[in-house]
Design a protein around this ligand. Structure first.
Ligand code: ADP
Ligand code: MG
Length: 358
């Protein structure tokens, strides 16, 4: 455990059936006040990891520490951890006040304190005028605010949120992302946020843990993951990508199966750990090369297959034998005709070496 770690997961494994691991070798040091996202596809072990932090599941191996105390086998209600679920999980027969006050009642707090804290928390999530309604008299977004208030009302050490906005439409989801970030900043409470939505993880988090098959494949701040994904899986899951398969040539260049010799930086060359590797180039790093333009690029010809003009940017889908390409060009560029040949290039420093799938 590092000195700055507040919540520590130490080498956690979880098997439900004794045969396969739902979570495997997960270790994280989370700082106090940090906003960390667990990002990954369905079935990658995000919820299982959250359930072990909350105490609803016990690790098959490994330990969980919070502020220096071993929590691994502590009952959920003895941990000071709040939880918000995707399906809200509100009590249908209790009004907003009673739903939000429930965790305080469980903790046997005096009624005056409960009333005061519930009021303060409802103010914070903007629900004061709905205090006497039942859950079914609220919209989905309002119900999720109630769930958020219930998770926060007892001043938790950590708030866990499991795909809390998954059931909301896009506009409301973006609005709630801002709200959750505002509350995070206001309270400074440590938050762990599970999502399969990469833009959500990118926009909200101090750090992102990318889960794949029960393991954390990359843990870093969002931009670092975007720029230097640790594996092909991470590069594909976070952001849009082009991949060139190939190997390192004797002269230190990358030899791509489809476009031939590609110059890469010495730093990338040092990352090569296998004979067959992939070179990742983000769509905004590919550019159109004008005839006669000075060749500081790795460049090659391709055929335009389709285009999408977003107004502020142009997406070009192009290709050559065995190689699909996506370019994102900024501004009011001229739209190349489908079927025409374009010259595409990227700077050596735009290429990232990633190992292929194990
Ligand atoms: N209660 C359970 N009993 C048995 N297997 C489970 C249970 N919960 C999850 N799993 C399995 O564990 C793996 C990880 O699931 P989960 O943690 O829910 O992933 P995620 O939240 O990333 O979608 C999956 O293979 C899933 O089927
Ligand atoms: Mg889940």
């Amino acid at each position: 455990m590092t000195r700055t770690s507040y919540l520590t997961l130490d080498n956690i494994y979880k098997s439900y059936d004794g045969l396969t691991n739902a979570v495997e070798d997960v270790s994280i040091d989370i700082r106090k006040g940090e906003f960390i996202s667990f990002l990954g596809p369905s079935g990658s072990g995000k919820t299982t990891t959250l359930m072990m932090i909350a105490g609803f599941e016990e690790p098959s191996h490994g330990g969980i520490m919070l502020a220096g105390n071993d929590l691994t086998r502590t009952k959920p209600w003895r941990r000071n951890i709040g939880m918000v679920f995707q399906n809200y999980a509100l009590f249908p027969h209790l009004n907003v006040i009673a739903n939000v006050g429930f965790p305080l009642k469980m903790r046997k707090r005096p009624p005056a304190e409960i009333a005061e804290r519930v009021k303060r928390t409802l103010d914070m999530v903007g629900l004061s005028s709905f205090a006497h309604r039942l859950p079914r008299e609220l919209s989905g977004g309002q119900q999720q605010r109630v769930a958020l208030a219930r998770g926060l009302v007892f001043d938790p050490d950590v708030l866990l949120l499991d795909e809390p906005l998954g059931a909301l439409d896009k506009n409301l989801r973006e609005h709630m992302q801002f709200e959750i970030k505002r509350i995070h900043q206001e309270l400074g409470v440590t938050m762990i946020y599970v999502t399969h939505d990469q833009t959500e993880a990118m926009s909200m988090s101090d750090r992102v843990a990318v889960f794949n098959k029960g393991r954390i494949e990359h843990l870093a701040d969002p931009l670092e993951i975007y720029r230097y994904p640790s594996t092909k899986f991470v590069g594909e899951f976070l952001g849009d990508s082009n991949f060139f398969t190939g190997g390192l040539a004797a002269d230190g260049t990358f030899s791509a199966d489809t476009i031939g010799t590609v110059r890469i930086t010495p730093a990338e060359r040092a990352r090569v750990i296998a004979s067959r590797i992939e070179l990742l180039v983000r769509p905004e790093q590919l550019q159109l090369i004008e005839p006669g333009q000075k060749d500081e690029f790795n460049s090659f010809d391709a055929t335009v297959r389709s285009t999408v003009n977003y107004g502020d940017s142009l997406l070009i889908m192009a290709g050559l034998a065995g190689q699909a390409l996506r370019l994102r060009v900024r501004g009011e560029s001229q739209v190349p005709a489908v079927g025409s040949t374009i010259r595409i290039g990227f700077r050596p420093e735009a290429g990232r070496i990633v190992p292929a799938h194990p």
